[in-house]
Design a protein. Structure first.
Length: 520
């Protein structure tokens, strides 16, 4: 297959990189991005393009671009099938004799050591059955019958049948020497473990035996069964179906800029999320930040007669200038609302420093600064050979680099200072990332060819808001810190990316320096 179209485009990409990108002494990333967007070709009915990081992408049928390998790099590899190494390397199958199981040898039966014990147990079982039968027959006593005795071998047997029911009847037939049979009955509520057969000594009987029937006064035992306990089922508490927790509403006051193509400048809007009402519009202004209590606002003014930073009450009264430098940009309040941090351009491309209110000296080689609630700041910066997001302590001047990419920017610490949201094109496109300060783990939250920028945390710390041109229109979106539940918050009335007329390009980084603010 011809390879020249792809090789030629790669060579063109390298030329642009050397002329406007990392290979240039004065890189111009805006021109670089514009030129890169033109690096497209059509090959075999498919559209191909080179991304900002030099990666090849192919347009799919759904209109999206995805990473792909150009045709000249596609290779077919036939993986050899695995050998049956055990058979080809001298292995042996087990012999039939080895597969046969050994016959189990059982020990010979041993004669019982207690021959009389088993006989006694059997006799006891027979006795139990007989006693049970007698007990059931006694529930409805049959008419008395004559007792025929044999004088030669009289035997006196007393049967005591014990039932485990509540009322237990004991029948004791007694043969007296006068040959008079007397039936006596007793009732007890104490259960016995089991029926007992007792053999009494042989009595001496008279030659004549006349049975004596029980008189009407003699109590005939009756069996009254105890009522069976009724089982009442215990009600089982119905388990509620598992549902996902309800997320809180996205409420509060939000400030954002939108580029006005008619006037060739930005306008600033303050909007209530609960009602959608725009409570104020500031012309020729952008990069807003609201004080934590929502009483003040600071922004960058693009008006030629008052260019620079302006801080004022929310209604526009009581304004003052926190800096005398007209090139100061992207101001942010601290947690207590009594100090500001911002970036200052030194009228040279990519030459920014960090300063504080009153033009107090901060840190060199830094831009897009933001506050932690404990007074530390974080910004995109460099020091020597180190580049990335820098954690700085204004009290002692110490610096700690948290990332190692010069393309990481616009950091936004969480409410509890445990995480940092930021944007980067470290993987080819400007996406949203999250850095865990405890583990230093970085998680990619968005993955889209659109430009995602200007992250900000919601006042309750639940959502991360950011600006994106996904779908072709600039809007504010929200997501959870795990990258889930991506939702549109509001559409901007204009572009987030604009070049203000009459302002030197060195002082403008367009959408990459813009900012939004969200308070209660």
């Amino acid at each position: 297959m011809p390879q020249s179209p792809f090789k030629e485009m790669e060579a063109r990409y390298q030329e642009l990189k050397n002329e406007y990108g990392e290979g240039s002494n004065s890189p111009n990333w805006d021109i670089f991005d514009q030129q890169i967007q033109e690096l497209q070709l059509e090959y075999n009915g498919e559209k191909w393009r080179l991304g900002p990081a030099g990666q090849w992408e192919r347009e799919t049928t759904d209109g999206n671009w995805h990473l792909a390998t150009p045709p000249e790099e596609e290779k077919e590899e036939n993986e050899p099938s695995e050998d049956i190494s055990d058979l080809h390397n001298g292995g042996e199958f087990p012999s039939p004799d080895e597969e046969q199981e050994e016959q189990k040898v059982f020990p010979p039966l041993q004669p019982s050591k207690f021959p009389y014990l088993w006989g006694g147990i059997a006799l006891a079982i027979v006795g139990l059955l007989i006693a049970a039968g007698i007990w059931f027959n006694s529930l409805t006593p049959p008419p008395p019958t004559e007792v025929v005795t044999d004088a030669s071998s009289p035997t006196h047997i007393t049967l005591v049948v014990t039932n485990t029911a509540t009322a237990t009847a004991h029948f004791t037939p007694t043969l007296a020497p006068t040959s008079t049979a007397t039936f006596a009955s007793t009732a007890t509520g104490k259960p016995s473990p089991s029926p007992v057969v007792i053999v009494a000594p042989k009595p001496t009987l008279a030659p004549t035996a006349t049975p004596t029937l029980p008189t009407p006064d003699t109590a005939t035992p009756t069996y009254t069964p105890s009522p069976s306990p009724s089982l009442t089922p215990t009600p089982t508490k119905a388990q509620a179906p598992l549902t996902e927790p309800t997320l809180p509403a996205r409420t509060g006051l939000i400030a954002y800029p939108a580029f006005n193509a008619t006037t060739a400048t930005y306008d600033l809007y303050l909007q209530r999320l609960e009602t959608g009402e725009i409570i104020r519009k500031v012309e020729a202004a952008s990069q807003p930040d609201l004080s934590p209590d929502g009483q003040f606002i600071v922004y960058r003014s693009w008006q030629l007669n008052q260019q620079g930073l302006i801080a004022e009450k929310l209604d526009g009264t009581g304004g003052w200038k926190p800096s005398n430098l007209f090139e100061a940009a992207r101001p942010l309040w601290n947690a207590t609302g009594d100090d500001l941090v911002f970036a200052v351009n030194n009228l040279k491309p990519d030459q920014w420093d960090v300063s504080f209110a009153g033009d107090r000296q901060g840190f060199s080689d830094g831009r897009t600064p933001a506050w932690f609630s404990d007074g530390r700041i974080i910004y995109q910066g460099s020091a020597g050979t180190n580049v990335g997001l820098v954690l700085a302590n204004p009290r002692d001047g110490s610096l700690t680099f948290l990332t190692d990419s010069s393309r990481d920017t616009a950091p936004a610490p969480s409410i509890d200072n445990s995480k940092i949201a930021f944007v980067s094109d470290r993987e080819g496109w400007w996406d949203l990332y999250l850095l865990d300060l405890a583990t230093r783990q970085i998680t990619r939250l968005t993955n889209d060819s659109a430009r995602d920028t200007a992250p900000v945390w919601s006042p309750d710390g639940v959502y991360i808001g950011f600006v994106s041109d996904r779908g072709g229109n600039w809007a504010i979106w929200t997501t959870l810190p795990d990258g889930k539940n991506l939702q549109l918050l509001l559409n901007l009335s204009g572009s987030f990316d604009g070049e203000v007329a009459g302002i030197p390009k060195a002082q403008q980084t367009r959408w990459q320096t813009e900012h939004i603010s969200w308070v209660k």
